[in-house]
Design a protein around this ligand. Sequence first.
Ligand SMILES: [Cu+2]
Length: 489
Amino acid sequence: MKRRQWRAAAPVAAALAILGPLGWWWQGSLTPDTYSVMDMGHPDYGGGDRTGHAAMHHGGATVTALTGPRDRPADVSVTLVARAEQIHLPDGRSLAGYTLNHASPGPEIRARQGQLVEVRLVNESVPDGVTLHWHGYDVPNAEDGVAGVTQDAVAPGADHVYRFVAADAGTYWYHSHQVSHEQVRLGLFGALVVGPPSGPPAAVDHLALVHTYAGRRTIAGRSGETRVVAASGSTVRVRLVNTDQGTVRAWLSNAAYRVVAVDGRDTTAPPPVTGAALVLPAGGRADVEFAVPDTGGAVRVDVGAGTALVVGPEGAAASATVEPKASVDPLSYGAPAPIGFDPGAATRRFEYRIGRRPGFLDGRPGLWWTINGRMYPDVPMYMVSGGDVVRMTIANSSGETHPMHLHGHHAVVLSRNGVAATGSPWWTDSLEVADGETYEIAFLADNPGVWVDHCHNLPHAAEGLLAHLAYTGVTTPFRIGGDGHNHPE
Ligand SMILES: [Cu+2]
């Protein structure tokens, strides 16, 4: 090649040297139109037994067999009809979104511990299809409601029946897990509250579903103040549920309060709190208990943005206080108690390290989340067997906070940034992991299936911040995309 020709060719060669690998990188990021989450990423056995792996590929159990009771009569029976239509909020606003039985939030489902809950979901007019996931409720896998993993999305005109025993008391919620980053924000959710098996309910037991509709924070669809009537001196339980994508801080004025439950689990010996707010991660719940003053005033429960409950006798006033800077720290709140297993005897140890880097996600360039240095769909498949004691380190160096949500299990927090938990056992299903934080958690693998383990800032999940926990020998016949049009995130 002559010198001049070489001069002309050099920039082309240089461009190819850059574009070639970039093209390869781009192409490698493309996900197929349809795939099974079982074929996604790479199995991680966490140092434990691998024997179930062969079973997984040679006809083990499928998630469809892991249902709640099919024959037992239902104690609580609810039909929820999903529609795409105008939401008419109690605070007078209207917006285009999704409803359940013509309302958002959808109906509150109340049950008692031990009852069989049956919910028939009918999709009348949601074009993308819908599902119901029981957030924080450790249902059998087939009832978990994740499109493409535990069922197909329910198409317009179709229905689907969920059945499960209300084994645990506490405060939970339900929401669609099909195109969830859009459907939850636009209204497809409601509360699930399970009370003790018998006995009278608390004098005042008030549900407070916090949700932001069209930029305005509400409690049960109402912005500003909502009055809750309660007699002077009475004890009140407020069940706070954060259905938003970001953290909510709640605080009380005119009363001390106790945090009596976190993520559906009662705390042990909760001390009274004053001058500190309660942090609710996205998807998280907390029950607070307090006494209405016997001097005639009311208690104000603020959830930020000027939205609050005012709890007290008719007409009683409660002046607002400024949001406290301090927060209740569940790591040291309350008194220790047995957790029922020994995290020191772990049979699997996993890492879930969240980062961020430039790359392509399904062909789209951007700054994307990584799990253990790799990007979706090249993420770990955490493999466990029934009976395993599992430890997981969740570390976040991504620059943003992530409320991490493992389906089907409650985990207990062992430590944060190397500091051991010393309070009431901190059972959680929605754990805020802030940038720079490292949590060590443990759980018992006692609910076979294929479970999503994802960020509940739902747009983050749609951007690939999700992985799965799978039991050896269990597989799913459902597929992402494809004929079922399953797009869970
Ligand atoms: Cu996130």
